[in-house]
Design a protein around this ligand. Structure first.
Ligand code: F6P
Length: 324
């Protein structure tokens, strides 16, 4: 391998820039040429490439978003799109690529590898932490810190007015952000897709909370929660059934994806970039790098994509005990 490319794909996450920096500098360290691909697989199809050296990634380790931009490419899902992308890579003399993204991005890389035998490596970048084969995805820790900081602020106003707040957080189909940020911010209830609390139990719990003399209540709701009601419908439901509560709703939205990455995410990104580049140089391909027991590890793409990232059940129990 003489020339490697790096791209960011799918929803951006804090730490992607730190990972780009790491890939570029690891290439420079090993005397490999490095090419940045703009706009994910869209840019690969269009040949939107830029030559990168160690200095082109200065001052980005602390920046949110991705300097290479990101996209969710529909065309790359088609065989024609992938043939165009392959031709562009060949034309530019690129021998391998590292994709920083989530499961959709890895599925794309896996299919590409099967079709063209092209060496590929993945770095998990998503705030959702929904990828099997790593305890942490890039951006997850930062998003947790952002959410906890915001809930602390909401708690100030909630207690001043003795109000109940439903706070919706991201996470797509999983409850990692909701559960961890909920425990970290001392939420009274946490609604996640992995566990159906049920509306009756929610009302019971809120009644108990009120009776125990609490001045505010925070319920964190994962966007993928299966309780069957949106946060706005939950507000109406609780107000109809419990006159003792004045309820407000806050949907945190895309602010959870922005901001300067935490130290944890910066360090993780730096480790993952080096591992990805060096694994390709060792002749490995079709893997995602991940963190397991504080060691860098490789998981085959098909397992990373199909496997389930599991919620920590112990944390659910801790959450119940904390709301006593
Ligand atoms: O996967 C990251 C994520 O932020 C999810 O938590 C959320 O469901 C989704 O992306 C939002 O996607 P978009 O930015 O396309 O609205």
């Amino acid at each position: 391998i003489k020339k490697m490319a790096v791209l960011t794909s799918g929803g951006d996450s804090p730490g992607m820039n730190a990972a780009i920096r790491s890939v570029v500098r690891a290439c420079a360290f090993h005397n490999i040429e490095c090419i940045g691909i703009y706009r994910g697989y869209e840019g690969m199809i269009d040949g939107d490439f830029i030559s990168m050296d160690a200095r082109s990634v200065k001052g980005i380790i602390n920046k949110g978003g991705t300097i290479l931009k990101s996209a969710r490419s529909q065309e790359f899902r088609t065989k024609e799109g992938r043939i165009k992308a392959h031709n562009q890579l060949k034309k530019a003399g690129i021998d391998a690529f590292v994709v920083i993204g989530g499961d959709g991005s890895f599925t794309g890389a896996m299919v590409f590898n099967q079709e063209f035998g092209f060496p590929v490596m993945g770095i998990p970048g998503t705030i959702d932490n929904d990828i099997y084969g790593t305890t942490h995805t890039l951006g997850y820790d930062t998003a947790l810190n952002t959410v906890v900081e915001v809930i602390d602020k909401i708690r100030d106003t909630a207690s001043s007015h003795n109000r109940l707040f439903f706070i919706e957080v991201m996470g797509r189909d999983v409850g990692h952000i909701a559960l961890n940020a909920g425990v970290g911010a001392g939420a009274e209830e946490i609604l996640i897709p992995e566990e159906d609390l049920g509306l009756d139990r929610l009302l019971d719990s809120l009644r108990r909370s009120k009776q125990s003399g609490k001045s505010s209540s925070i319920v964190v709701v994962a966007e993928g929660d299966k309780i069957g009601k949106s946060v706005f419908e939950l507000k109406d439901y609780v107000e109809e059934n419990m006159s003792e509560y004045e309820v407000r709703v806050s949907v945190l939205g895309h602010m959870q994806r922005g901001g300067s990455p935490s130290c944890f995410d910066r360090v993780l990104a730096s480790r993952m970039g080096v591992k990805a580049v060096e694994s390709l140089l060792e002749g490995k391909s079709n893997y995602m790098v991940g963190l397991k027991n504080d060691v860098m590890d490789l998981t085959p793409f098909d397992q990373a994509v199909k496997g389930k990232s599991k919620i920590n059940m112990e944390l659910l129990r801790v959450s119940d005990i904390m709301t006593t």
